[in-house]
Design a protein around this ligand. Structure first.
Ligand code: AMP
Length: 212
């Protein structure tokens, strides 16, 4: 079986895009961001509680995302991708506990390294479909075939509420202070694979296939 994957990356580095490619190879895509946006769009109690935090680019509490991951990691019969989790050292430690309960050791951490300027440009150019696929109007290889329409399902593409410059700044800062320490954590566990995410999505995808 192919190895499970944990993505660590700044905003818009390509976690979602690479996850879509891996889904086509038989992976289950577990994105805490997608799960939280679904809660927000459904106007659930949880959704209303976290809406302002997510739109402004702040993190929601560790307890909320840990529970989401816990519920989704059970009873999987396919390899999985964790996209957007863990994002804090505490989440990484909690994930280790969960992994040992579930006897999971077959995984690699993929760290998509991207500078702030490129991450900002990608964030501002990103458009997404509610099916989970994302596109970028600034890159020819990431544009939809038909402007504003999803290649996969034909629905209209929209901008995420947090893909503006103000929220981006919060997200990038949060990434540097809360998420980068996890890179060292997984380095010490010999699970870390760093990829230069300024490469094209095809190049990144083929490096990832080599790792898995
Ligand atoms: P993403 O789709 O991964 O960019 O996540 C979008 C937003 O969801 C983040 O900016 C956070 O507000 C929230 N979020 C996603 N994953 C987590 C997490 N692991 N911990 C805390 N907040 C998260």
């Amino acid at each position: 079986m192919m190895k499970n994957v944990i993505f660590i990356a700044p905003p818009a580095a390509g976690k979602g895009t690479q996850s879509s490619i891996l889904e086509n190879l038989g992976y289950v895509h577990l994105s805490t961001g997608d799960m939280l946006r679904k809660e927000i769009n459904s106007n659930s109690a949880l959704g209303n509680e976290i809406k302002d935090l997510v739109n402004s680019g702040s993190l929601v509490s560790d307890d909320i995302v840990i529970e989401l991951i816990q519920n989704n990691l059970k009873n999987l019969d396919k390899p999985f991708i964790l996209d957007g989790f863990p994002r804090t050292l505490n989440q990484a430690v909690q994930l280790d506990k969960l992994f040992s309960e579930l006897n999971i050791d077959n995984y690699e951490v993929i760290y998509l390294n991207l500078d702030m300027e490129s991450a900002l440009k990608r964030t501002l150019g990103r458009i997404v479909c509610e099916c989970g696929k994302s596109y970028n109007i600034y890159y020819d290889d990431l544009k939809p075939q038909q402007e504003g329409v999803c290649d996969n399902c034909g629905k209209n593409l929209i901008k995420r509420n947090d893909d503006n410059e103000e929220s981006f700044k919060v997200r990038f800062k949060t990434y540097e202070s809360n998420t980068l320490p996890i890179v060292e954590y997984y380095q010490n566990k010999k699970k870390l694979n760093e990829i230069d995410a300024t490469k094209s999505s095809d190049e990144v995808a083929s490096i990832i296939r080599g790792i898995l």
